[in-house]
Write a protein of this length. Structure first.
Length: 571
C-alpha cells in the first residue's frame, strides 16, 4: 500500500507545481513519476579505501537499495567520511578520530536536511562511524536502521588466531628484544586477512553490539563477519525494514529510550567491551534529549557480570561470538537473569523480549557463559572517581589479575613523548605513567593510546605499570590503563598538577583514583598553573576545541535534543 507523502519531509522537494525544478533534477537521474511519488530513503555508507573496516560497505549499501525498492521506497545513496583508528593510531592523525564522529553525524544530518529524506539506512565499519551514524539517526529522528559492515576474520600465525592487537603488541616486544624483526614482518602480513573491522571486542564490535542491544539494528544482524554472504541479505532486509518503520511511523527516539540505553550499557559490560562506549553512549543519548553520563554507564557496568570471553581480555574474537549465537545469546542470558528490559522496542516493531523469546541457550559453545558462572561478577569496565578525577575516569578490568595499583607518577604532556620513553624503556616497574593534555580540548581530539599501551604489553610490562590519561584508549587496549580522566588537564583539572614522583592510588574494586598529595601543595601548584596552547590555530581541530564538552558527558559539541524547538522529522 503506497505511503502518503503529504506529511513526510520529501514533499518539500517533490510535490506541487512550484517543485517542478526539483523534479527536473530527479528526472535527470533516471527517476520516474512513480519513483518521485514514493518516500525518499537516504542510504548512507561510510565506505572508502582507508582501511579494511570500510571496503565492503558500499556494496552492502547497494544491496540495501534493492530492499528499499522492494518495499515501495526510492533509495538515495550518499557517503560520509571515516577516520580509521588503526591507520591514525600512534601519531598526530589520531587527533582527527573522535572529531570525525561529530563530522559524520553532522554530514549525515546536513545531507538528509538538504535533500529532505524521509528515512535512513546507515552502514558503518570503523570505530567512530558507528556512534556517529547512530547519533545522526537520533538527531534527525526519521525512521532509521543501523547496519554494521561486519568484522574481519582472524589471521593465523604460528598455529593461533591473531588480530591487529597482536601486531601492536609485537612492536613493543620487538623494541624489548623479544620479537625478531623477521617475525614482526611475518605477523603483520597475516594478521588482517581481508575485509572487515578489527576482530576482537574492540570499539567497532562493541558499538555493533550496542546497535542490536539498543534496538536500532535488526536482531542478529551485526555479528556476521564482513566476508559472510549473510551480510548482503542483512543489508537488503534492512532496506525493507526501514520502509516498514516508515509505514508505522516508528522513529529512533521511540526505540532508544533510557531503558534501551541501560540495556546497551549492560551488553557492553557483559561482553568486556571497549571503554569508548562510555563516551559514545552518553553522546547518543544526548541526541535524544536523555541525560546519560559516564557515571550512569558505570553504575550499570558495576552491576552486570562479564560473561562473553572475548579479546582483548578473553580468548575469542567476533567471528566466534557469531558462530556461538551472536549478541542475541548474550542478551538472552542477561534477560533471563532480569538484567535487561524486555519491553524496549526494536526496529522490527517488536519488543526486545519478543525477539529474544525464540533464542535457545547453547551449551555446546564456550564463548558466552551463563550469568550464574561469569568470568567476573562485575562488568569488564569500571568507573573511577577521586581527587585525581573529580569528574570521573574509566578503566577496563576484563582480564586484569590485580585491581589495585599504587605508585609514583612519571608525567608526559603528550603521547609521543610517552611512547618514546616506553620504547627506550625509560620507566620503572611500579610507576604510574601519566599522559595529559590529550583530552577533548587539550589534544585537541582525545587521542587513543593503543600504540603506547600495546608497546608496554609487548614488553611484558602491561600490569607492572599503570597508565593514566585524560585521553582515551582503544578497545584493543589491555593492562592497567585509566582513561577519560576529568576534568582534563587543558581546563586545569588535577591531572595538570601532578608532578614526577607524586604517588597515585587506583582501586578498581572501590572505584577510586586519588592523587596522594596534600591539598596545600596542590593549591600552590594550582595558583601557578597556566593553560597550555596547542598547535591547532585554525581548521576543524581548532573549531572542535572551542565547543567540545567534557568526556564524562560524551565529549559532545552542541546542546542536543533537549534544546530543540522542533524536530527535523516533523518539518
Amino acid at each position: 500500500m503506497p505511503i502518503d507523502k503529504t506529511r513526510l519531509p520529501s514533499r518539500h522537494v517533490t510535490q506541487g507545481p512550484e517543485r517542478a525544478p526539483h523534479r527536473a533534477f530527479f528526472y535527470a537521474m533516471g527517476l520516474s513519476e512513480d519513483d518521485i511519488a514514493r518516500p525518499f530513503v537516504g542510504v548512507v555508507s561510510a565506505g572508502n579505501d582507508s582501511a579494511p573496516c570500510n571496503t565492503r560497505l558500499d556494496a552492502q549499501a547497494e544491496a540495501a537499495r534493492e530492499g528499499v525498492i522492494e518495499a515501495g521506497g526510492t533509495p538515495r545513496r550518499f557517503n560520509t567520511i571515516t577516520v580509521t583508528d588503526g591507520i591514525a593510531m600512534g601519531h598526530a592523525g589520531m587527533k582527527a578520530s573522535l572529531v570525525s564522529r561529530e563530522v559524520i553525524a553532522d554530514s549525515i544530518e546536513l545531507s538528509v536536511r538538504g535533500h529532505c529524506y524521509d528515512a535512513l539506512v546507515g552502514f558503518a565499519g570503523c570505530d567512530k562511524s558507528l556512534p556517529g551514524m547512530m547519533m545522526a539517526m537520533l538527531r534527525l529522528n526519521v525512521p532509521s536502521v543501523f547496519v554494521y559492515g561486519g568484522s574481519i576474520l582472524p589471521g593465523r600465525f604460528q598455529g593461533r588466531d591473531v588480530t591487529i592487537k597482536d601486531v601492536f603488541e609485537a612492536v613493543g616486544a620487538h623494541a624489548a628484544g623479544r620479537c625478531p624483526l623477521e617475525e614482526l614482518v611475518a605477523l603483520e602480513k597475516v594478521a588482517c586477512p581481508g575485509d572487515g573491522a578489527c576482530g576482537g571486542q574492540f570499539t567497532a564490535n562493541t558499538m555493533a553490539c550496542v546497535g542490536e542491544a539498543i534496538g536500532l539494528s535488526l536482531p542478529g544482524a551485526n555479528m556476521a563477519p564482513a566476508p559472510d554472504p549473510q551480510r548482503m541479505e542483512v543489508a537488503r532486509a534492512s532496506g525493507r525494514a526501514v520502509m516498514h518503520l516508515l509505514e508505522r511511523n516508528i522513529r529512533p527516539r521511540d526505540i532508544c529510550t533510557r531503558a534501551a540505553f541501560a540495556n546497551a550499557a549492560r551488553v557492553v559490560a557483559a561482553t568486556g567491551g571497549s571503554t569508548n562506549a562510555a563516551l559514545h553512549l552518553p553522546a547518543m543519548a544526548h541526541e535524544a534529549g536523555i541525560r546519560f553520563t559516564l557515571h550512569d554507564v558505570a553504575e550499570l557496568f558495576r552491576t552486570t557480570p562479564w560473561i562473553a570471553d572475548l579479546q582483548p581480555g578473553g580468548r575469542f574474537v567476533a567471528r566466534d561470538l557469531h558462530l556461538a549465537g551472536g549478541v542475541r545469546l548474550v542478551m538472552k542470558a542477561l534477560l533471563d537473569a532480569g538484567l535487561l528490559d524486555g519491553e524496549c522496542l526494536t526496529v522490527t516493531g517488536r519488543t526486545l523480549g519478543e525477539e529474544l523469546r525464540e533464542v535457545i541457550w547453547r551449551a555446546d559453545q564456550e564463548v558466552v557463559r551463563p550469568v550464574s558462572n561469569p568470568l567476573s561478577p562485575t562488568g569488564g569496565v569500571v568507573a573511577l572517581k577521586g581527587t585525581l578525577a573529580p569528574d570521573g575516569a574509566i578503566v577496563k578490568v576484563a582480564g586484569l589479575r590485580q585491581l589495585v595499583f599504587e605508585g609514583p607518577a612519571r608525567c608526559f604532556d603528550r603521547e609521543e613523548d610517552a611512547f618514546a620513553a616506553v620504547e627506550a624503556r625509560a620507566y620503572r616497574p611500579g610507576e604510574v605513567i601519566v599522559i595529559r593534555y590529550e583530552g577533548p580540548k587539550g589534544g585537541p581530539g582525545m587521542r587513543e593510546m593503543l600504540a603506547t599501551t600495546a608497546a608496554l604489553y609487548g614488553q611484558g610490562m602491561g600490569e607492572e605499570v599503570a597508565l593514566v590519561t585524560d585521553g582515551r584508549f582503544s578497545g584493543a587496549t589491555r593492562g592497567f590503563c585509566v582513561g577519560h580522566v576529568g576534568p582534563e588537564a587543558a581546563v586545569g583539572g588535577p591531572i595538570a598538577l601532578v608532578e614526577d614522583g607524586d604517588r597515585i592510588r587506583i582501586d578498581a574494586e572501590a572505584g577510586t583514583i586519588d592523587l596522594l598529595v596534600d591539598e596545600d601543595v596542590l593549591a600552590t601548584r594550582r595558583a601557578r598553573w597556566r593553560p597550555r596552547p596547542h598547535d591547532y590555530g585554525s581548521g576543524a581541530l581548532w573549531r572542535y576545541a572551542q565547543v567540545v564538552g567534557p568526556a564524562s558527558e560524551g565529549a559532545v559539541t552542541h546542546p542536543g535534543a533537549a534544546a530543540e524547538t522542533h524536530c527535523y522529522a516533523d518539518i
